[in-house]
Ligand binder design. Structure first.
Ligand SMILES: CC(=O)N[C@H]1[C@@H](OP(=O)(O)OP(=O)(O)OC[C@H]2O[C@@H](n3ccc(=O)[nH]c3=O)[C@H](O)[C@@H]2O)O[C@H](CO)[C@@H](O)[C@@H]1O
Ligand SMILES: C=C(OP(=O)(O)O)C(=O)O
Length: 427
């Protein structure tokens, strides 16, 4: 299994390109199931999860073709053709490896009138329930049956009716599923307390480009008028705000100065204000963000929340950065009950962090030291990379397949701006 070796202490400077967003790509790809015409996605990141999702689409009968991009290019162009679905089932083996697989439920149900999807269960960061996905689909006309670890959803008469649903708590995945299902319903739907994440805006814009009728995009109330059919489209995946935020932390923690290229600062309000609060200089351009480290990082308090709040997907990276702040920071994780798996690993590098329930108190230390550490999930892995970039000596991060789910060519991007980082195999 591959490991990443980092010899820390190098200041990162220069321009760093940001890839298309994983969390947008994984909700745009299933949109292709809603039409018999091709959907072409541009700026699709090269990630294990994108390949995995392509495999799931293939299982359902869609073809996926990568077009005209050179291996050295970041981002790819993929055309997905789902002329006819040959299966309506997402099996356990795929869903358990990739939580986003649940996002085929809404579109397959809407297109084929039925879908059978394995229940995802939990993962390293906590429980990943889907009760809200199911309640929202029921509200727009789905009939559900649970058996053998699978949910079977049926649309009576082959087509969903549409309906009204108010989410009791904000759910990104459930909003995505119900929106993808409602666009082909017989009647209108109103979704209240919908998630407002930029990835949902990206999803709605892609669906509109395919002929869907959606009002209220970017707000917590989505009004959807079902249409009889959607057509093909070409759509560019939005920049990855979490990848950009992660590299912003890399600049801050190494005393560096990075220009992030192909980003949208508008989607990153909470991350950029948190960086500024910690004393980091942030300058935003049209599609660039310059992040210049402070002489000393200041401590800050953060609580994760749905958009426009501070993203749970940025918590681990900020924690690594705050390990070197001048004072104590308090972080509160409100979305996932177990998203502090990186804490014991950071402690092995000299961090001083006390976790009590959902709160972590991070007392800044003068330095971190390199160590052998183990990645436990995607963003936890990135926090270890960040700590390694700033640490004295060598850090070895194992289980890097977690990183490959969400960071396109991480070592290449970081080496190009001055990091001493390489991937090594066991052999
Ligand atoms: C609101 C939020 O920050 N969502 C994050 C969540 O999205 P993801 O779509 O995975 O999770 P949700 O947004 O659905 O979860 C939000 C909260 O609702 C709960 N829940 C969710 C679905 C459900 O059917 N029942 C239920 O109780 C979850 O346990 C969680 O506490 O993880 C992704 C990967 O880290 C992040 O990119 C998203 O930003
Ligand atoms: C945990 C994440 O993704 P997923 O929901 O795909 O597991 C993430 O993007 O940080």
């Amino acid at each position: 299994m591959d490991r990443i070796l980092i010899r820390g202490g190098h200041r990162l400077t220069g321009r760093l390109p940001i890839s298309g967003a994983k969390n947008a790509a994984l909700t745009l790809m299933p949109c292709a199931l809603l039409t018999d015409e091709p959907l072409t996605l541009r700026n699709l990141p090269r990630l294990a999860d994108v390949d995995g999702f392509g495999h799931l689409l293939n299982q359902l009968g869609a073809s996926t073709a990568i077009e005209g991009t050179r291996p050295e290019d970041f981002g790819r162009v993929m055309t997905i053709r789902a002329g006819k679905l040959t299966s309506t089932e997402a099996p356990y083996d795929i869903v358990r490896k990739m939580r986003a697989s649940i996002l085929v439920l809404g579109p397959v149900l809407a297109r084929a009138g039925e879908a059978r999807v394995s229940l995802p269960g939990g993962c390293a960061i906590g429980n990943r329930p889907i009760d809200l996905h199911l309640k929202a689909l029921e509200a727009i006309g789905a009939e559900l049956e649970m058996a053998s670890g699978y949910v079977k959803a049926t649309a009576p008469g082959g087509r969903l009716s549409g309906g009204r649903y108010r989410f009791p708590v904000v759910s990104v995945g459930a909003t995505e599923n119900v929106v993808m299902a409602a666009v082909l319903a017989r009647g209108p739907s109103v979704i209240e307390n919908a998630a407002r994440e930029p990835e949902i805006v990206d999803l709605c814009r892609c669906l509109v480009a395919m002929g869907a009728r959606i009002e209220g995009i970017g707000t917590d109330r989505l009004e959807i008028e079902g249409v009889d059919r959607l057509h093909g489209a070409t759509y560019a995946v939005m920049p990855d705000r979490i990848e950009a935020g992660s590299y912003a932390c890399a600049a801050a923690i190494t005393g560096g100065d990075l220009e992030l290229v192909n980003v949208d600062a508008q989607d990153m309000g909470a991350t950029l204000s948190a960086l500024r609060d910690a004393g980091v200089t942030v300058e935003t351009g049209k599609d660039t963000i310059r992040v210049a480290a402070a002489d000393r990082l200041g401590p800050i308090n953060l609580s994760t929340a749905p958009f426009p709040g501070f993203a749970t997907d940025m918590q681990a990276q900020f924690m690594a950065m705050l390990c070197l702040a001048d004072g104590a920071s308090v972080l509160t994780e409100t979305i996932f009950e177990n998203r502090y798996m990186h804490v014991p690993e950071l402690a092995r590098m000299g961090a001083d962090i006390l976790v009590q329930g959902r709160t972590a108190v991070v007392r800044g230390v003068p330095k971190l030291t390199g160590a052998q550490v183990m990645a436990t999930d995607l963003r936890a892995s990135m926090s270890l990379i960040l700590a390694g970039l700033a640490a004295e000596g060598e850090t070895q991060v194992s289980r890097v397949y977690h990183l490959d789910r969400g960071y396109e060519r991480l070592e290449e991007k970081l080496s190009a701006v001055g990091a001493d980082i390489e991937r090594v195999g066991d052999g």
